[in-house]
Write a protein that binds this ligand. Structure first.
Ligand SMILES: [Zn+2]
Ligand SMILES: [Zn+2]
Length: 123
């Protein structure tokens, strides 16, 4: 009679904890946690990135997650919407090796887009 299947997945032997695989797993779990906390679970009221258009599909303004290129020279940064960020977009300055930063909060712009209720006529 063997009912030895009571060991849970959480129980990892000390020997196993020293393996590279386990360290890798821990690292991945940590990254996952950081990602979860980085993107706020706010589906209502998507962020509107006034003043930023998508360089690929030309949508304006970008709504939701804005992907801002960190590698392009200042002044000619590429911004992509969440739909286009996985596409191999290139232009004179930008290529597919560039790194993007996901921007989930709207930049504070000085300008006439400052009033978020302007479209309601409530100025
Ligand atoms: Zn786009
Ligand atoms: Zn770039």
């Amino acid at each position: 009679m063997e009912a030895s299947d009571s060991s849970s997945d959480e129980e990892i032997s000390a020997e196993l904890k020293t393996t590279e695989e386990y360290k890798e797993l821990k690292r991945l779990k940590k990254i996952l946690k950081e990602k979860e906390s980085f993107i706020p679970p706010l589906n209502r009221g998507a962020v509107v990135h006034h003043g930023f258009s998508c360089d690929n599909c030309l949508v304006y303004p970008i709504v939701g997650i804005r992907h801002s290129c960190l590698s392009c020279p200042e002044g000619s940064e590429v911004d992509l919407c969440d739909e286009c960020v996985d596409l191999p977009f290139v232009n004179d300055e930008h290529d597919t090796l560039h790194k993007f930063k996901a921007v989930t909060v709207a930049d504070k712009q000085d300008g006439d887009n400052a009033n978020p209720h302007a479209y309601l006529g409530l100025s």
